[in-house]
Every structure is written in C-alpha cells, then in structure tokens.
Design a protein around this ligand. Structure first.
Ligand SMILES: [Cu+2]
Ligand SMILES: [Zn+2]
Length: 207
C-alpha cells in the first residue's frame, strides 16, 4: 500500500521545513561575534555610529544643530570622531564634550546622567591614563559659532563591554577643566557648566 497524495505532500513539506531549520541554525551559528546592545554583530570589520544633536530646551541656543559621526575599523584601533556643529552663540568659545552614561534626552539633557564611567574613576582629560571612558575634553568654536573637528580617542569604543552605543553625547556651555580644578566638581565632571545639546549614539551601518 503506497502513500496517498496527501501523505506524500506532508512528507515533502516536513522535509523542506527540516532543511530550512538546519540552514537557519547554520547561518546563525556562523555569524558568531558579540552581541553589543542586543544586536548580533560581527566581531571584526569597521563599525560606524551617528548622533544628531538636539538643543537642550533650557540652555541650548535656538539655532544649534549638529552631528557627531564615529568610525572604528576594529576593536584594536582608535575611535575616530567627527563633529560638525553650528549655531552656537559666541559668549564662550571652549566647550566640554563628553559621552554621558544614559541615552535619555527627555525632558532635557540633564537626563543623560553623569559621564560614562564604568570603572568608577575620577574625571580627567582625554590624554590622561586614568579617565572616564567619556572624557573627550574640549572643543573650540569659531567666531561664527561653528565647530568642525575630527579627532581620535584611544579609550571610547564601538566594540566590547564598554561600547558607547546607546549612551549620550553632551556638549557643554563652558570649558572642561580636565580634572585640574582642585575641587569635587572637577573630579566628577570638569565643571563644564550647563548642557547646550545632547544626542543618543546609535549604529550608522549594519555590522
Ligand atoms: Cu559632559
Ligand atoms: Zn569625565
């Protein structure tokens, strides 16, 4: 007694589902890599990220706009950061610029919390050996209220346990004293004053 047409069809469908499952599992296993931010990511290859600044509702100049781009070719290479900001007022020319702990922008940039500091050390400058992951130091604005700068940082990263993805960039009204101010505020955040703008760092390309 042979299979009926229905039984033959069911066997065929079951076989196709089984093969599909094997292929899906094999592809999933071959992707490997880490899983920063809940996204499956290759552990090698260039990563890029992006942050579009929004002005702080309390302290940001009305016309402030800006972007921050991040590029890193591997976990072992320095992070490259490109900042383009316009619309700053010209009362203060030096602005503290950091990665803060939380990707929360509402109701204003104070919601981003303190500097991203996973190792609980003192605040310092970008070239200091012991510093917050987020200590990028200062940016200088031009007389027309713009900042356009590319720099590299050896500590902040788009890879691994202390990735800055999902955390915030904050631009301050005043200068960061880089931990040299001789008071508690200096060792916590560099006394850089009110927050002019902030944004959440997100992936810019699939990785
Ligand atoms: Cu800051
Ligand atoms: Zn800091």
């Amino acid at each position: 007694m042979g299979f009926s047409r229905l039984e033959t069809a069911l066997v065929g469908v079951t076989a196709i589902l089984g093969i599909t499952l094997i292929i899906v599992v094999a592809v999933w296993a071959s992707e490997g890599g880490d899983s920063d931010g809940g996204v499956s990511l290759s552990s090698s290859g260039e990563r890029t990220a992006h942050c579009m600044l929004i002005k702080d509702p309390l302290n940001g100049p009305d016309n402030l706009t800006g972007t921050v781009m991040f590029t890193q070719s591997s976990a072992e290479t320095d992070l490259s950061i490109t900042v383009d900001i316009s619309g700053l007022d010209t009362t203060s020319t030096t602005h503290g610029f950091h990665v803060h702990q939380l990707g929360k922008l509402s109701p204003d940039c104070r919601s981003c919390g303190g500097h991203y500091n996973p190792k609980s050390v003192n605040h310092a400058g970008p070239t200091d050996d012991v510093r917050h992951v987020g200590d990028f130091g200062n940016l200088e604005q031009t007389s027309s209220g713009n900042i356009s700068k590319t720099f590299t940082d050896p500590v902040a990263s788009l890879y691994g346990e202390y990735s800055i993805i999902g955390r915030a960039i904050v631009l301050h009204a005043g200068a960061d004293d880089l931990g040299q101010g001789g008071n508690a505020g200096s060792l916590a955040s560099g006394n850089a004053g009110p927050r002019l703008a902030c944004c959440v760092i997100g992936w810019a390309t699939s990785t």
